[in-house]
Design a protein around this ligand. Structure first.
Ligand SMILES: [Zn+2]
Length: 386
């Protein structure tokens, strides 16, 4: 077995540390986008920043780059990572501690997803400098992934020719995520009937009571192995002496199985509708019940790659050549890979070494980081000869 390391580990670590110091919370990716554009151009890529900034209301579009391969007959391949981070992501000071990069504890690190950006850049540098065989590569560094895959969704699919691709945006380097959920988001307005709580409570219908009744009857949390649901926002009411006539809620449901998602969505809808009917007043012989207005939005379609898809075969073979053991995984989260698969770019999500993401305890496992980069480089080489 051949345990070679293609990439320059130390150079990649320094690069990711540099990226950590450039703040790029969602909608504020301009500085990092400019930096990456310049680096890509220095590598000879043709780089383009699209106008996704308008769609996402941010200060930068997606960075899209075309890297000409030295194997013109090889099919193009997409490599993607996102430039934005969650909050608090400003003023990150990375601390190196042996085989770990971490933060000072008051910000996230931003390994999600700057580790992915650095892996892609290091692989490109390595391919060029060692003159390894590779086909045309398409690079997509997206904005606003963390706030609903907004950058990828705003990208014009006509810009991409690849049929296969890899997103670098999950934790374990030797896990290739090939299954991901479809999701719905719901916005719910519960409408009651306003009345003075002290003078005429019998003339009011409380929107808060309706919302409480609905949620108490609702199956939430982990529904089964493949399905989850949550009510994440609840807002309403004006004063203690007013029976509230309006509550606004936001919720979501996800499932790897579209049929189960349908069932869960219908269940949540019914809980709201049943609860609204239960509370009413009668005036002049007329019954006035509460009402609900549901706005249900299909957020992204599921990720479901077969064992025979090119990216899965490349991953398994690359791992074998490197002496790693690669596992296929399922996730409960969404990534830009969901969007690319919708466009028939069969893309899996490979881990980068990021850990404890979306917390101020976030850290990067540097051995895993290196493994991930080697896997990506090897996959590109294999794709060029297949
Ligand atoms: Zn991410």
């Amino acid at each position: 077995m051949n345990h070679q390391s293609f990439i320059n580990r130390e150079r990649m670590i320094q690069h990711v540390e540099d990226l950590f110091r450039v703040s790029s919370e969602s909608r504020e990716e301009r500085e990092i986008a400019v930096k990456l554009k310049e680096e890509l151009e220095n590598l000879g890529a043709e780089v383009f920043v699209d106008d996704a900034d308008k769609a996402v209301n941010g200060n930068s579009g997606n960075v899209i780059a075309y890297v000409k391969g030295n194997k013109p007959d090889a099919p193009p391949f997409l490599l993607s990572a996102h430039m934005d981070t969650v909050v608090p992501g400003k003023g990150v000071r990375p601390i190196r501690n042996g085989k770990v990069l971490k933060t000072s504890g008051d910000t996230v690190l931003g390994g999600d997803d700057k580790s992915g950006l650095s892996i892609i850049m290091e692989v490109l540098r390595t391919l060029k400098e060692k003159d390894l065989p590779y086909g045309d590569l398409e690079i997509a560094f997206t904005v606003c992934e963390e706030i609903g895959l907004l950058g990828a969704k705003a990208l014009d699919p006509k810009r991409l020719k690849s049929k296969d691709g890899l997103v670098l945006d999950s934790e374990e380097a030797c896990i290739l995520t090939t299954k991901g959920p479809a999701a719905v988001r719901m916005d719910v307005d519960v409408i009651g009937l306003e009345s003075h709580a002290g003078v005429a409570p019998e003339k009011g219908v409380s929107a808060i009571k309706i919302a409480a009744e609905a949620i108490s009857k609702m199956k939430l949390g982990r529904i089964d192995k493949e399905t989850t649901a949550n009510i994440g926002v609840i807002q309403g009411g004006a004063a203690t002496n007013i029976i509230p006539n309006h509550v606004h809620l936001k919720g979501e449901a996800r499932s790897l199985e579209p049929a189960k998602l349908k069932v869960q969505t219908a269940h949540m809808k019914k809980c709201f509708e049943d609860a609204a009917k239960k509370f009413f007043v009668k005036t002049k012989g007329k019954k006035i019940t509460g009402k609900v207005k549901l706005d249900i939005d299909h957020d992204y379609t599921r990720l479901n790659l077969s064992k025979n898809s090119q990216v899965v075969k490349l991953g398994i073979e690359a791992a074998r050549e490197l002496g790693y053991s690669l596992k296929e995984g399922a996730t409960g989260g969404g990534s830009d890979a969901n969007v690319y698969n919708l466009w028939k770019i069969r893309s899996a999500n490979l881990g980068t070494g990021m850990r404890d993401i979306h917390t101020v305890k976030e850290w990067l496992d540097l051995d895993d980081f290196e493994r991930s980069a080697n896997l990506v480089a090897q996959m590109i080489l294999l794709h060029a000869v297949h």
